[in-house]
Design a protein. Structure first.
Length: 578
């Protein structure tokens, strides 16, 4: 039985080379998990249990030609990083052993052979020695003037927020002709246009963009306008091709030549592009959801979705009913209090809340914190450590962690419950990470609104349904009535696949299926179990259609994986249907 990472890798590689499926399976615990991101197969998948792992190895080991397995762990260590090579390129991974067999095994392709990222010794010279020829700026301007006109983009990316820019920067580094389109006037307006008080809820160490981290003096929690400016500069520094004030009108797949017929509208002109690949980077959600409630048309005041809310300025003394109780509802209510308005939050179902301080000090501290940086944990190491924990174990680990965090913050939660607030910690107690990955909804990261609920500055209405909207406010099933000058619907957004239905067609949306969620079987995430997020960063059922999204940490890690898949197609390294 192997005693450490190095011995296990040597034994495992021998089993692979000899095509001994039973021996491969025996290297794993009965419920062991092999999470592979492009190293052995051109997709992202987790294989659970010995039988599935043996079948995966039997199908892919000979093609992959994995070799030169090298442990990076200390001698005698039962877990640690390792590197290896495949026919496709350089790979890295992480192994956890329990009693000499693998509990978790992560394998990740990091570089395509012959098409490596231009880092380190591969960085370009940049030196120009021909005073009569074009310089760097001339060439960049010429390329950006030609793309979408004389030169068709190989990849068209819809959306130039953090997800679009991350994949755009990756394609630039890999030399793939690309074009991003975005409806906003400027890159970063997705952030600038949101309500004034907004800051990022995750700390700076978690939020670095790929290839260009925030500087050392950057605030721990980024204000939304500062984030918008950073993205605008990021696009310029990373030389991402972006057309702003441009929208995709319709896209249709031409199966005969393997391209998309993409009709876009720019500056009043309709233009047809013919990319081979279409990447949807329009965020984690679809369109704003505004519930249909009897009497809405009779309300005399203003009513709108939370996405249209610009802030509480000028609303002092106004009675505002905010329908909803997740992140946006809390942030809006707190901002209204700060501006002298009188908000009432209408909670229709339970909400999971985590204090920002607890998230930073408990959840983020080991990998994404100044303390982690001081201990030598790089962003790449942290990202790989997150990836090394398959979702099955993430759920179990978080259930245990939340028992401790609930005890840690018991007085905080007691105050909310005394105010009548309905709490949950996910149906199975797995907390915020599980809720985010399952449905990206149903939670609030507390940055101050919870105290306002507990002390009554934010009034709370819960435990009864809305029956109708009246001329002067909101009437409830229990017979009570809330007078209102403004009604804000903080009622979330539809599913990401709505964009596919609108821009490509209902048939393609049905063919592709759900985006996001991993089949947990809990609210908003029906089974069957898939073990990875549906359709994200990997091939979909529709040739040439990809999804790029997630929080800043996710887009940083997964943009490299999606970029390498697109580069492999561009260079003809795999068939158009991987």
């Amino acid at each position: 039985m192997p005693s450490d990472v190095a011995e296990w890798l040597e034994s495992f590689s021998g089993a692979l080379d000899s095509a001994d499926d039973a021996a491969v399976a025996a290297h794993f615990a009965p419920h062991g998990l092999w999470r592979d991101f492009l190293a052995f197969d051109w997709t992202l998948a987790t294989h659970e249990g010995r039988e599935a792992i043996a079948a995966f190895a039997a199908r892919r080991a000979k093609i992959t030609q994995a070799r030169n397995w090298t442990s990076e762990a200390a001698q005698g260590a039962s877990e640690g990083f390792f590197s290896f090579e495949t026919a496709s390129g350089q790979a890295r991974g992480y192994l956890r052993l329990v009693d000499g067999v693998a509990l978790t095994f992560l394998t990740v392709l990091r570089d395509l052979r012959g098409h490596e990222f231009p880092f380190g010794h591969r960085r370009p010279s940049g030196a120009e020695h021909d005073p009569t020829g074009p310089n760097w700026q001339d060439r960049l301007r010429a390329e950006q003037a030609a793309i979408g006109r004389e030169v068709q983009p190989y990849v068209l990316v819809v959306g130039a927020g953090q997800a679009g820019l991350a994949i755009g920067a990756t394609l630039r580094l890999l030399g793939v002709p690309h074009l991003l389109i975005d409806k906003h006037p400027r890159v970063g307006d997705q952030w600038r246009s949101r309500y004034k008080s907004l800051t990022l809820h995750d700390p700076v160490w978690y939020d670095h963009m790929p290839y260009l981290p925030f500087p050392e003096h950057w605030p721990a929690y980024t204000p939304k306008d500062k984030m918008g400016d950073w993205l605008e500069h990021y696009a310029a520094i990373m030389e991402v091709n972006v057309w702003t004030e441009t929208e995709l009108v319709r896209a249709e797949r031409n199966e005969a030549d393997g391209t998309w017929i993409a009709k876009i509208r720019r500056e009043g002109e309709e233009i047809e592009l013919r990319p081979a690949h279409l990447v949807m980077a329009v965020g984690n959600a679809g369109f704003p959801v505004v519930p249909t409630i009897e009497g809405q048309e009779s309300f005399r005041g203003a009513q709108y979705h939370s996405s249209a809310h610009k802030g509480g300025e000028g609303l002092a003394g106004k009675r505002v009913v905010v329908i909803g109780a997740n992140n946006s509802a809390h942030d809006i209510c707190a901002d209204l209090v700060d501006h002298g308005a009188l908000p009432t939050m209408v909670q229709r179902s339970s909400t999971h809340i985590i204090r920002q301080s607890t998230m930073s000090e408990v959840m983020m501290r080991p990998l994404f914190s100044q303390e982690a940086v001081d201990e030598g944990v790089t962003t790449e190491t942290a990202d790989m450590m997150v990836a090394s924990l398959p979702l099955r174990l993430m759920e179990a680990g978080n259930r245990e962690a939340w028992k401790m965090m609930r005890e840690r913050d018991k007085d905080f939660y007691a105050g909310l419950e005394r105010a009548g607030f309905r709490l949950d910690f996910a149906e199975d107690g797995a907390g915020i990470a599980a809720k985010y990955l399952r449905s990206a909804s149903g939670y609030y990261i507390d940055v101050g609104a919870s105290a306002m609920i507990a002390d009554g500055r934010i009034a709370l209405k819960t435990g009864t349904e809305i029956s109708r909207i009246t001329e002067t406010g909101v009437e409830f099933a229990d017979g009570t009535h809330l007078d209102a000058d403004i009604i804000i619907y903080a009622t979330g957004f539809g599913a990401m696949e709505q964009w596919v239905a609108r821009l490509i067609g209902e048939d393609v949306a049905e063919k592709v299926g759900r985006c996001w969620g991993y089949g947990s079987g809990f609210k908003g995430d029906p089974g069957p179990w898939e073990g990875e997020l549906r359709n994200m960063w990997k091939p979909t059922a529709q040739d040439g259609l990809w999804f790029m999204g997630g929080n800043l940490s996710q887009v940083r890690f997964y943009c490299r994986l999606l970029g390498m898949q697109l580069k492999a197609h561009y260079e003809g390294l795999l068939p158009e249907r991987a």
